[in-house]
Design a protein around this ligand. Structure first.
Ligand SMILES: [Zn+2]
Length: 222
């Protein structure tokens, strides 16, 4: 994509589609604030921010683009943007114990702002506070789920080892030796941590709620 010295038309004609971080819909982005041509020519940054608005909810969305080249009459950008905000992740938090839910929410927030190593460290803390909540069997349950996920989702050995190191092995806390996490592996870890939370707390909580409701109804009719 290209910003010309006297027109932005080519930029306005580009179409972008994204999961809106505000309304969550897969949506078209409308360019509202392109960068200023003269300023780019003067300061020659490597990357520049563009302001868009969501076609569904009209909230502003900021994307960064890397500059590919300059010519005498244009600035050219790589068309793959860097995404700054991601949609908040929905989850049934009501069934998760209080001292686990704050760690889990913080983990999801880290993921949403693409702080992937912070996300990994918070996943680890979430597992630790879960183990404190449900006792020694917690860790083996998590290990079982990791094994099951490896088989079901056909996860490669290296990714499996990294995830294992992050959430099960190693030292306590946000250890500096934790492996770095790529976006692809972070996505797998996200699915894993959601699955673990579901299996450890949500499933049980839902069953208990259903059983309680049933009891109440039986008491009413008696
Ligand atoms: Zn939106």
């Amino acid at each position: 994509m290209t910003l010309g010295h006297n027109t932005n038309q080519a930029l306005f004609d580009e179409t972008f589609n994204l999961d809106c971080p505000h309304c969550g819909k897969s949506t078209n982005l409308i360019l509202v604030s392109p960068p200023d041509y003269k300023t780019l020519k003067r300061f020659r940054p490597d990357k520049v921010g563009f302001g868009f608005q969501c076609a569904s909810c009209s909230e502003p969305i900021f994307l960064k683009f890397e500059i590919q080249s300059h010519t005498n009459t244009s600035v050219n950008f790589y068309s793959e943007p860097e995404i700054i905000e991601r949609p908040t992740i929905e989850f049934e938090f009501e069934f998760i114990p209080e001292n686990v839910v704050s760690d889990f929410k913080e983990a999801l927030n880290c993921y949403s702002i693409s702080s992937l190593n912070a996300f990994a460290a918070m996943c680890r803390r979430t597992i630790q506070s879960s183990a404190a909540e449900i006792g020694a069997k917690g860790k083996s349950k998590v290990q079982n789920q990791l094994n099951e996920m490896k088989e079901m989702a056909d996860i490669d050995e290296e990714t499996f080892e990294i995830l294992k190191q992050i959430i099960i092995d190693g030292h306590d806390g946000a250890h500096p030796d934790l492996p770095n996490l790529s976006q692809e592996r972070a996505e797998i870890l996200l699915e894993l941590i959601k699955d673990v939370m579901y299996q450890l707390f949500v499933r049980k909580g839902k069953l208990k709620k259903a059983a309680d409701l049933r009891k109440q109804q039986i008491n009413k009719t008696e």
